[in-house]
Design a binder for this molecule. Structure first.
Ligand code: GLA
Length: 648
């Protein structure tokens, strides 16, 4: 920025003189095998990769910039990040620091974003590029329910299965900017990185600043091709730990079954039935600690509420384990209730603007994770519980965004560093906890999918997709999410009807068919189901256990978009193409229909497949060229979930 380009640049650094002009000149280029880690930030890892480091230096200020590019052996993707260093004698101030800047020679693209709201996460929005700027962003302190740190640029003729698509996503969970600027010559510039709103970073001599990593993918096979690259990046180069490639336990969560109103007996009654039908993990959600009978109190007081659990967590764990189930626990460690012992002890530990009213959302404030002592406390409060009781799973929730942004610990001139320092603090806590408890399965959550991003996935292999558990809504949410995120990253549950968020009644079969395309579970009172329904649940679980390796780790193809019509269809195909599961769902009942015909993708053209549910068999080429014909049940939210298995 500052010379004849005239567009917004990828970075702005203010020198001690006040100048924001920069003139970077080439210093060196080196290539190395593999990929170095990014200090303190989540990032992809790879041994079979090559990394190019381009070093540039400003002619006046002493600013040194290293552009880091990694290419992978097995994915059509580039990872890009930037390191700023101050080699001068006086302070520099970074006002803007994008992770990725890509200039394209034309603007004949459409922009695809994932935009949404609470309970309506990641809707696929497609719009043509036009002169000027089009962007999505978050300045909420989290990647947000409203927008994903992702954009795609697609040729206008691109479809799910054909055409050119460039995808870009940020490996970060806080404030971000993702946008395209089209100039006077109809050239497009794509940029992705930390949002520059309310951001500034002071860089003293010899200090460095590392941007988050951006991932750029290319596909000539439409959006499914792009998603395959992202899914592979997640599976092979981002998600870590023992669950990265493992079957995920089928869980039951008590939230929609009991909300805050439970005691040990009620939980055990649900757990007993769950164990009988084949569930593997019982998750105790919000309300087990402090004095929390509603959402007005106790965040920060992570001690068991002995009125509800008189024998403590250890005893609960023993009883749950005795039933053959694992035990999971909900936490919201980044938050503080005004009504809590923690707030009384440390009223300055929350994010707040001195002198202004402290704005509560869901009756809570955000702990200031830019402070080392607050991070230490958050780490210890979770560690102490995990160390004291045998907890197998943690749901890590985060239910509000930042307001009245300020830190009691940062000096006035560094207040704009808070949002990013918060993320660095959080990542530090997560790194410690996930390293110290490698056997615990962590699921991230933020009022549903409010922080469903590649940054959180680096620490936690699965994310609760949405608080909306209605099967029809979930068709949309999981379809949109799958643009970037693989099935194994999406928490998806069968819940009661009428659905608590939409009031809709959907068949139990449809609820399960949609949920089994992710990390499958139930979130209802199993004891409220009829005997027939319980049998159906047991059959669903048996089926998921057989198919989950394919459902979670197979290749996922979107076939019919709920954003373009009333139908949702997708198929997951095992890596060896010998097993596949097709989902087809229609939201509104339709009279006078013909059998459905859906063209399948990803099968082996030379193999013959048998549809388990109908007994019919077809050639793979026929299924992909002509399609699979099947009858849909009548009624709203009717669906089929069909298993295809290769013969011989
Ligand atoms: C958030 C989560 C829910 C549930 C509640 C508990 O809304 O998204 O799944 O855990 O908090 O308060």
């Amino acid at each position: 920025f500052g010379f004849s380009d005239m567009r917004e640049g990828a970075f702005t650094v203010r020198a001690a003189s006040g100048s924001r002009t920069s003139d970077l000149r080439f210093v060196s280029a080196t290539a190395q095998e593999g990929k170095p880690a990014l200090g303190g930030l989540p990032a992809t890892f790879a041994s079979d990769a090559k990394t190019l480091r381009l070093v540039l230096r400003d002619v006046v200020s002493g600013l040194r910039v290293t552009l880091c590019y990694t290419i992978f052996e097995d994915v059509d993707a580039i990872a890009r990040s930037v390191l700023f260093e101050n080699e001068g004698a006086s302070d520099l101030h970074i006002e803007r620091a994008m992770s990725l800047c890509l200039d394209l020679t034309d603007a004949d693209y459409e922009l695809i974003t994932l935009s949404g709201a609470w309970s309506r996460e990641r809707e696929v929005i497609r719009r043509p590029l036009a002169p000027g700027e089009t962007s999505v962003s978050s300045v909420r302190g989290a990647s947000s329910l409203q927008a994903s740190p992702f954009v795609a640029l697609a040729r206008p003729d691109a479809t799910e299965c054909a055409g050119e698509v460039i995808g870009a996503a940020l490996v970060y969970s806080g404030n971000f900017y993702a946008g395209v600027h089209v100039d006077q010559h109809r050239m497009a510039r794509l940029m992705l990185g930390l949002h520059d709103h309310d951001f500034e970073w002071a860089l003293a001599p010899r200090e460095t600043f590392q941007t988050p990593e951006a991932l750029l993918t290319y596909s000539a096979e439409g959006f499914n091709g792009m998603s395959a690259q992202f899914h592979r990046l997640c599976a092979e180069h981002l998600v870590r730990g023992k669950y990265a490639h493992a079957p995920r336990p089928i869980l039951i969560n008590n939230w929609e079954a009991t909300y805050f109103n439970f005691d040990e007996e009620k939980l055990l009654t649900i757990a007993k039935t769950a164990a009988k039908v084949g569930v593997e993990l019982f998750v105790l959600d919000d309300g087990w600690f402090g004095r929390r009978n509603d959402d007005t109190t106790s965040l920060g007081d992570w001690q068991v509420d002995e009125r509800k659990l008189p024998h403590g967590l250890g005893s609960l764990a023993e009883q749950i384990h005795g039933l053959g189930l694992k035990l999971g626990l909900w936490f919201e460690p980044e938050m503080i209730s005004v009504q809590s012992k923690l707030y009384r002890a440390h009223p300055d530990w929350c994010i707040h603007a001195e002198g202004y009213e402290r704005v509560e959302y869901r009756q809570q404030l955000v702990l200031d994770l830019s402070r080392a002592e607050v991070c230490e406390h958050v780490y210890r409060s979770v560690r102490d519980i995990l160390a004291a009781s045998p907890i197998d799973y943690v749901k890590w929730d985060m239910n509000r965004n930042f307001t009245d942004i300020g830190s009691a610990a940062l000096p006035p001139e560094r207040q704009k560093e808070l949002a990013h320092r918060y993320m660095l603090g959080l990542y530090g806590v997560l790194e410690r906890l996930t390293t110290e408890f490698p056997d615990v399965l962590f699921e991230s959550c933020a009022s549903g999918g409010g922080r469903f991003d590649l940054g959180m996935l680096y620490y936690m292999p699965q994310t609760w997709c949405s608080d909306n558990t209605d099967a029809v809504s979930r068709g949309r949410i999981q379809y949109g999410s799958s643009m970037v995120f693989p099935p194994f990253s999406m928490g998806a549950h069968v819940s009661a009807v009428p659905n608590h968020q939409t009031g809709r009644i959907t068949p139990l079969a449809t609820r399960a068919s949609v949920a089994m395309s992710g990390c499958f579970g139930y979130e209802l009172d199993l004891n409220a189901l009829s005997a027939e329904e319980i049998q159906e649940v047991a059959r669903q679980i048996e089926r998921v256990k057989k198919l989950r390796q394919t459902l979670l780790y197979g290749r996922f193809y979107r076939l019919r978009s709920p954003f373009e019509g009333d139908e949702t269809a997708w198929i997951t195909v095992a890596p060896d193409q010998r097993e596949a599961v097709l989902l087809f769902m229609r939201a509104m009942a339709r009279a006078n229909t013909m059998p459905e015909l859906v063209r399948l993708y990803g099968l082996n053209a030379d193999m013959r497949y048998r549809v388990e549910e109908t007994g019919e068999s077809y050639g793979g080429d026929q299924l992909m060229r002509q399609g699979l014909c099947f009858a849909l049940p009548t009624g709203d939210a009717a669906s089929v979930s069909l298993t295809l298995r290769a013969l011989e």
